[in-house]
Write a protein that binds this ligand. Sequence first.
Ligand SMILES: Cc1cc2nc3c(=O)[nH]c(=O)nc-3n(C[C@H](O)[C@H](O)[C@H](O)COP(=O)(O)OP(=O)(O)OC[C@H]3O[C@@H](n4cnc5c(N)ncnc54)[C@H](O)[C@@H]3O)c2cc1C
Length: 400
Amino acid sequence: MDLRTTPEEQKFRDDLAAWLASEVPAYGPPPSTHDWDARRAYDTGWQRKLFEAGYAGINWPKEYGGLDASGVEQLIYFEEIAKANAPYIGVNFVGMLHGGPTIMVEGTEAQKAAHIPRIISGEEVWCQGFSEPVAGSDLANLQTRAERDGDHYVVNGHKIWTSFAHVADYCEMLVRTDPDSSKHGGISWLIMPMDLDGIDIRPLPTLEGEGEFSEVFLEDVRIPVSNLVGKENDGWRVTNVTLRFERGTAFASDMIQLQAFVAKMVETAKKITSDGATAWDDKALRREIGHLSGELESLWAMVKLSVCEAKETGVPGVGASAVKLYYTDIFQRTTELAVRLLGRAGISRSDVMDLPAQHFFARHFNAISTAIAAGTSQIQKNIIGERILGQVKEPKPNPA
Ligand SMILES: Cc1cc2nc3c(=O)[nH]c(=O)nc-3n(C[C@H](O)[C@H](O)[C@H](O)COP(=O)(O)OP(=O)(O)OC[C@H]3O[C@@H](n4cnc5c(N)ncnc54)[C@H](O)[C@@H]3O)c2cc1C
C-alpha cells in the first residue's frame, strides 16, 4: 500500500479535522464514570454523530453503512480522532473494533445485515464473553457448554471479566459445542442477545470502585443456531480473527493519544521547579522522553502495517501480538515516568497545585490493566516466539 498522501486524502484529513474542531467541544465532557446509563448514552450518542457526519465504520463497505475508506484514510482517521481528543469509543469498543470486524469477515450475509449497520450507528452495544474462571490466558480451556436442541443451542456456564456486560445488547461468546473433541477443536463463536432468559449479570467493582466488569452466569440460555458465526466447532479459528483485530488495530487511536500524553509530560516538566531549575532542564529526563517519543513513532509504523494487512487481506497479520505487546510496554513506561516526574504529588489521586496528578495516575492504572486485557504480555511473548519467530513450543504441563 502506498502511504504517501494524495490530494483527496489530504482533503479527507482537513475536512475531518475541521468537523472535529467544531463538534468535539460542542459535545462536552463525558459523564461520571459510575453512571453507566449516562455513559452508554454519551458513547453511543457520539457514535451516532460520527455516523450522521459520514465518519463511522471507516473500514466497512458502504452497503453496510460504512465509509469504505482507503488504508491511508483509516490511519488519518485514527490520528485526527486522537489529536482532537474526541470522546473515547467506550462501550462501542467490542462492537466497533473486534466483534463487528469478525462478523464482517466470518459472518453470514444475514448476520452482517442485522448487526453491522446498527453497530456503526451506535444502536447496538456489544460485550465479549471469552474469559472464564479457568480460561483466561489458557482461553481454549473454556468450559461453558452449548448443547444442540433443535434449532437452538442451550448454553450453561460462567463468564468473567466481561466489560460492559450490563449495558450491552449482544455478546461475542465462546462456547464448547463438542466436549469430546480436542481442546481447540470443539469450540464455537456465538452471537448472544443479552436480554435472553437465564443470563445473570453480576458487576465486579474494580480497585477504583468502578463497575466496568461483570461476571455472567448462564443457565439454560437458548441461543438460535442461526447466531453461530463460522462453522460449529471451528470457533478457535474465528477467535483468532477476533484477537488479531483486538490486538493489532483496536488500540490505534490510543497509541496516538500517548504521543499527546508525552507532550503533556513535557509541559508539566517545564512547570516543576527545584532550586531554581525546572525538571525539563534535566538532561536525563529529556533523553528518556526523547527515547519514548521515538519509540512511539516506531509503534505507529507497526500499526500502519496492521492496518495495511487488514485492508489487503481482511484481517491484521500475526504481528498483531507484537503491536499489543510493544504498545502496553511503552504505555507502562511512559505513565510510570509521568508519575515519577510528579514526585510525591504522583501518588495523589487528585490534582496537586496545578499539576495533572489525577490524570497521570489514572493513565498509569489503565496501563497496568492493558497489559492483562486482550491477552497478557506473557502470552503475546509466547505467540511471538512460537508463531512469528518459529521457536520451540512451550512444554505442556504434565497431565497427571
Ligand atoms: C481491563 C480488562 C478488561 C477485560 N475485559 C474482558 C472482556 O470484556 N471479556 C473477556 O472475556 N475478558 C476480559 N478480560 C480478561 C482478560 O482477557 C484476562 O484477564 C486475561 O486473558 C488473563 O487471564 P486471567 O486473568 O485468567 O489470568 P491467568 O491466565 O490466570 O494468568 C495469570 C498470570 O500467569 C501468566 N501466564 C499464564 N499462562 C502463561 C503461560 N503459558 N506462559 C507465561 N505466562 C503465563 C499470565 O500472563 C498472567 O501474568 C479483561 C481483563 C482486563 C484487565
